[in-house]
Write a protein that binds this ligand. Structure first.
Ligand SMILES: N[C@@H](CCC(=O)N[C@@H](CS)C(=O)NCC(=O)O)C(=O)O
Length: 260
């Protein structure tokens, strides 16, 4: 880090797959930044003063970017060496943008609600997943007030048995669409190169396929058997194998540490 330079600040809930989508793009573009992680609900102390409630947020010298999509475009404008996430060909670019918007709007909320339906009832595991990389005072407050925080989160996500089932079905439907797209043997979702469509799919599928190198999830062997069985089902589809391969092959080394 150079003295006197204010680095962009990525405000996150560290385990969030939308935050990982942004972090992945920053790391790929070799952009230096610092990450400020929060537990859910208390993250509002960082977002609400900036007139938004969700993370990721990227606070730069010039502007605050308020969604993972804006952050990907900001990174792309600073990308060199042919590693752009958005193709220059207009038809390909449109297709990439449509797929990214589809995954943002449909896949991300579904994998999140489905995963939280396993996580929130299990306080010990929830703390294990949600507190690394946040200030110790927040981790303590979250543990002490867990019942309250979990209730707010469940209400915010419409978390109940029927909702979890709808999310499971939506994940299956989107995985089927992606598997269909891959059926002709293509390597990437659009064109011949890795794009924002591949990144968005692989990042937002994280809760469903649990990539072994994603550091915020517990080791697969330590997950409850019912959850393991569901993840194995998603992993076994062409789309699931694709998400894992893209995460393994295209996700550069994480440039932030887990320390709070
Ligand atoms: N479309 C937004 C969605 C971000 C999003 O839903 N973030 C979740 C974390 S997974 C969040 O901040 N939820 C907390 C809340 O809604 O208060 C993006 O792409 O950044």
């Amino acid at each position: 880090m150079r003295a006197g330079v204010t680095l962009p600040r990525l405000i996150t809930i560290p385990v969030s797959h939308y935050c990982e989508k942004a972090r992945w793009a920053l790391d790929r573009a070799l952009i230096d930044y610092v990450e400020e992680g929060h537990v859910p609900v208390l993250h509002w102390r960082a977002t609400l003063p900036r007139h938004t409630r969700t993370v990721p947020l990227l606070v730069t010298m010039g502007a605050t970017l308020k969604s993972s999509g804006e952050i990907l475009r900001w990174c792309d404008a600073r990308t060199t060496g042919g590693k752009h996430l958005y193709p220059t060909d207009p038809a390909h670019r449109r297709e990439v943008e449509e797929l990214e918007a589809h995954f943002d709007a449909k896949l991300g909320p579904a994998t999140r609600r489905w995963a939280y339906s396993f996580l929130l009832p299990d306080k010990r595991r929830a703390l294990e997943v949600l507190t690394p990389g946040v200030p110790p005072s927040e981790a303590r407050a979250f543990a002490e007030g867990y019942g309250f925080f979990a209730k707010l989160m469940a209400r915010g996500m419409g978390l109940n048995e029927a909702g979890a089932q709808r999310s499971r079905e939506r994940i299956r439907a989107i995985f089927a669409e992606v598997s269909g797209r891959l059926a002709d043997g293509r390597r990437y979702l659009v064109g011949e190169r890795f794009t924002a469509a591949d990144l968005a799919f692989a990042a937002l599928a994280i809760p469903a396929v649990a990539p072994p190198s994603f550091p915020w999830l517990p080791l697969f062997d330590r997950l409850p058997p019912t959850l393991r069985a569901e993840i194995e089902g998603f992993r076994a589809t062409p789309a699931g194998r694709f998400a894992l391969a893209i995460y393994r092959d295209e996700r550069p080394r994480m440039r932030v540490s887990l320390a709070s």
